[in-house]
Design a protein around this ligand. Structure first.
Ligand code: URA
Length: 241
């Protein structure tokens, strides 16, 4: 975000007043005086000072995308002492927690935030946020089985909602498919593939709504950028920030 907008939103000045403060050399960014009006700041990372006093946005929330490796448990602390995603996401505000769950054995995109309303909406089925998984399963998925997965299967006495399944490749007795669902039932993808006779050997979530895992290496995290956040809020029918 532009520095003048940051100052205005923090209540330090109007947008024009903020420009005047910047030009007057009264604003420091990460310890250095800035006088360039187009300067941008990352509110999650940068330190902004006015006349030597830290300036903060009234409600500074954190939104993170983590590429969870298999073997890490999605919880902030584990009484059994297993490795948790907290070990991977360090140096973030205390209230930042995972949104929804991924099985310990599942890899890929996990969003973490301290924005309770956004977290609630992502996890809530009524907003029907798509989650995309790359699935590696044993055997060759037939067209009939693919359609069964798409149309719905009985899980815990309830039919699963319509899904989209695309076979990416079939080789050496392994099918790779991309599955898009908006529900988040327990071990849903694994159980659905099991039901059509193809146990999952590897599962990776590649997308949650408009947020994509992209090239983020396993075990690493990044802040969501403004475009992602805007798109996510729009998909969740929330006011723009
Ligand atoms: N489906 C699963 O089976 N496991 C996950 O972690 C997520 C979706």
């Amino acid at each position: 975000m532009r520095l003048n907008r940051f100052l205005a939103r923090s209540g330090a000045a109007s947008r024009r007043g903020a420009d005047a403060l910047i030009e007057a050399g009264r604003v420091r960014l990460n310890g250095e005086t800035v006088t360039r009006l187009g300067t941008t700041v990352d509110p999650g990372r940068d330190l902004v000072e006015l006349d030597g006093v830290t300036v903060a946005l009234p409600e500074l929330l954190t939104y993170i995308a983590l590429n969870k490796p298999p073997g890490y448990v999605v919880t902030m602390s584990d009484p059994q002492g297993r490795r948790t995603v907290t070990h991977l996401v360090t140096g973030v505000p205390a209230g930042v927690v995972p949104v929804g769950r991924l099985d310990a054995g599942t890899a890929g995109l996990l969003i973490l935030t301290d924005d309770g309303e956004l977290a609630h909406r992502i996890a809530h089925p009524s907003y029907e946020i798509d989650k995309v998984y790359e699935v590696e399963a044993k055997g060759t998925l037939s067209e009939d089985e693919r359609l069964k997965l798409e149309r719905g299967l009985m899980l815990d006495g309830r039919l699963t909602a319509p899904a989209a399944v695309r076979v990416v490749s079939t080789a050496r007795g392994i099918t790779v498919a991309e599955m898009t669902i908006h529900e988040g039932r327990k071990r849903q993808v694994r159980r659905m593939f099991e039901l059509v006779g193809h146990p999952v050997t590897r599962l990776t979530r590649t997308q949650v709504g408009p947020v994509e895992l992209g090239e983020l290496p396993p075990g690493r995290w990044r802040h969501l950028n403004e475009d992602e956040l805007r798109a996510l809020r729009e998909a969740l029918e929330m006011r723009p920030e």
